[in-house]
Write a protein that binds this ligand. Structure first.
Ligand code: G6P
Length: 372
């Protein structure tokens, strides 16, 4: 088993370190000679893809957070409205789905029954389904009209890490592809996006190479009872994922919030010394977003919180408001979740390990939930 873990103490730690490769492999060879995205399986008539007027992402757990990231990117690049549904909520809300709907089912295992049932419901309504799936030949891969495989390799740890980054990466590819196909972007803009994506694996590696400070902080926090996570725009799903990882692995109460919601409720939870992670967006992002999130940091700090801030390298203003600062490389804003989530994965892993828990097999959880 030690060999399978590649020298790491846990599968999860190995898989965290596999992430540069998982993203690079998911990107490799994806663009054909005509500059079009190559789907791995199935074929969707280009006419259908040109005529869709809505995208609905269906997924569960961590995959649903990849879907939330996908929404920001795909909507921005394609101008197609994107919804994200938890797969088990999808059919019960009687969603508006028809032949002009593209449903994107995201699943590591391809066997999550809730997601399979959402796929079937969508197909019954006439929708086209693309699977973003990690497991070759799985049920969702077989039943979807087309598949874009994430090439993360087998994920053994129950808590998803490298599959999550690969899902986000595949979603970007899908968004870029649709933008190209539908003429939303000029060829040079498409090429620029693809080359920015190609630069991400090296940046992910850099986050891993500079992660010691978050490990040290995590080990000192084994006695915490509650940790809050705030993020805005693409930082919001990152906050949700950071909180989920901590719940799953360390059995600590953790909540992720949209930073803009802070004043509408969550700020009531802030008290002296309570740890609050804040994912601060790049100063180069959408206008005034950076300033607004930094003012959230100040608001919680003024109430005694201990602020743990994730910011992009060079953001010295963020450091001034942080009790602890963790830097990640700068990147196009929509792509930053591939970087900013990594310190949170490592935090949950280290804190749970410090508590002596089995991070690869947390209590009560299954890698793949094959019942509804
Ligand atoms: C389970 C796992 C989660 C995973 C979710 C969706 O709940 O414990 O880690 O995110 O299922 O799994 P899928 O295989 O569909 O991505």
């Amino acid at each position: 088993a030690a060999a399978e873990k590649g020298g790491f103490a846990t599968f999860m730690d190995k898989e965290i370190h596999d992430q540069p490769t998982a993203v690079a492999d998911t990107l490799r060879g994806r663009v054909d000679e005509n500059g079009r995205l190559r789907l791995d399986e199935g074929l969707i008539d280009e006419y259908v893809l040109k005529s869709i007027d809505k995208i609905i992402v269906v997924a569960c757990g961590t995959a649903s957070y990849a879907g939330l990231v996908a929404r920001y990117a795909i909507e921005h690049w394609t101008r197609i409205p994107v919804e994200v549904d938890l797969a088990h909520e999808f059919r019960y809300r009687d969603p508006v789905v028809n032949i002009k709907t593209l449903v994107v089912a995201i699943s590591q295992s391809g066997e999550t029954m809730d997601t399979i049932m959402a796929v079937r419901h969508a197909q019954q309504q006439g929708a086209t389904v693309i699977g973003i799936v990690n497991t070759q030949g799985s049920t969702i891969a077989r039943e979807a009209d087309a598949v874009l495989y994430t090439r993360a390799g087998p994920e053994i740890a129950v808590a998803s890490t490298k599959a999550f980054l690969a899902q986000i990466t595949a979603s970007y590819l899908l968004g870029i592809f649709l933008a190209e196909l539908r003429g939303n972007k000029f060829p040079d803009e498409i090429a620029a996006l693809l080359s920015e994506l190609d630069a991400m694996p090296a940046k992910i590696q850099r986050v891993l190479d500079t992660a010691e400070p978050i490990r040290v902080v995590a080990r000192s926090m084994a006695d915490e009872h509650t940790v809050l996570f705030l993020g805005r725009h693409v930082g919001f799903p990152v906050a949700l994922e950071g909180a989920l990882k901590l719940k799953e692995l360390a059995y600590i109460h953790a909540e992720g919030f949209a930073a803009g919601e802070l004043k509408h409720g969550p700020i009531a939870l802030v008290e002296q010394d309570k740890p609050v992670f804040v994912i601060v967006p790049s100063p180069h992002g959408p206008e005034s977003l950076h300033a607004k999130v930094l003012s959230n940091v100040q608001e919680v700090r003024a109430r005694g919180a201990r602020t743990l801030v994730i910011a992009v390298e060079g953001d010295e203003e963020a450091a001034r408001h942080a009790d602890e600062i963790f830097y990640v490389p700068d990147a196009p804003v929509l792509m930053t979740p591939l970087l900013s989530v990594i310190p949170l994965q490592i935090f949950a892993h280290e804190l749970a390990s410090a508590k002596g828990f089995d991070v690869d097999q947390p209590r009560n959880l299954a890698k793949s939930v094959t019942v509804e």
